[in-house]
Ligand binder design. Structure first.
Ligand code: ZN
Length: 213
């Protein structure tokens, strides 16, 4: 991979997707889902390419110049050096043709519970609707092929996966949906932790409950 400093000329559709992701970055910081420059995010901007946040960027200070463009083979096409965790994004898009956004965050409570080996329970209708199910993958070093492969394997069955002792990847067809998923994942983790503190080990959203539009 070679980084270059050329500022990408974004197609209008890609620019709009980036602006949506930039707004999500601000919201994620405002809601306490991001600590300092931890985490990274990406959006698919073509059948074979995605834009991912550059190394060391802060979620609430992003501009379009803070995104690197890579193809699904992992070759950089333009922009600054990508996040060291770009393989998480590459492998996610390879694994899921239906997704257009990957948010990789380090949410406090979800990461804690998964690292302790505690299952995150879905308690509310929103948890069931937005999160659906939660995959967990074991710890592997940051930026490694093993980490990206283990997370992508979980994404085959889940839209939310937590990498133990690290953070989560949440995927969706749009950035807004991915963000709602990520917020509800952390909310489910907080409610699970609250339930555990009062001695409840079993309560969760009723299985098979119907959704009404
Ligand atoms: Zn990370």
């Amino acid at each position: 991979m070679t980084a270059n400093n050329a500022t990408a000329d974004w197609e209008p559709a890609a620019a709009a997707l980036l602006d949506e992701l930039i707004a999500v970055g601000k919201d994620a910081v405002d809601r306490g889902l991001v600590l300092a420059s931890a985490g990274n995010m990406s959006v698919r901007i073509g059948a074979d390419r995605f834009a991912v946040t550059a190394s060391g960027t802060w979620f609430d200070r992003l501009t379009r110049d803070d995104f690197a463009v890579l193809n699904l083979a992992g070759e950089q096409l333009s922009g600054p050096a990508p996040s060291s965790e770009w393989k998480l994004h590459q492998r996610a898009y390879q694994a899921r043709e239906d997704i257009n956004c990957v948010l990789h965050l380090h949410p406090h409570t979800a990461t804690l519970l998964a690292s302790l080996g505690r299952r995150i329970r879905l308690i509310t209708l929103d948890h069931a609707f937005y999160v659906g199910s939660v995959g967990v993958s074991p710890f592997y070093p940051n930026g490694s092929d093993e980490l990206a492969a283990a997370a992508a394997a979980q994404l085959a069955e889940h839209n939310c996966v937590i990498m133990q002792h690290h953070g989560c990847s949440v995927v969706a067809d749009t950035a807004q949906m991915a963000f709602r998923r990520a917020m509800n994942l952390e909310d489910a983790a907080k409610m699970t932790l609250s339930a555990l503190t009062i001695g409840d080990e079993t309560t969760e959203f009723p299985a098979g409950a119907a959704f009404h539009a």
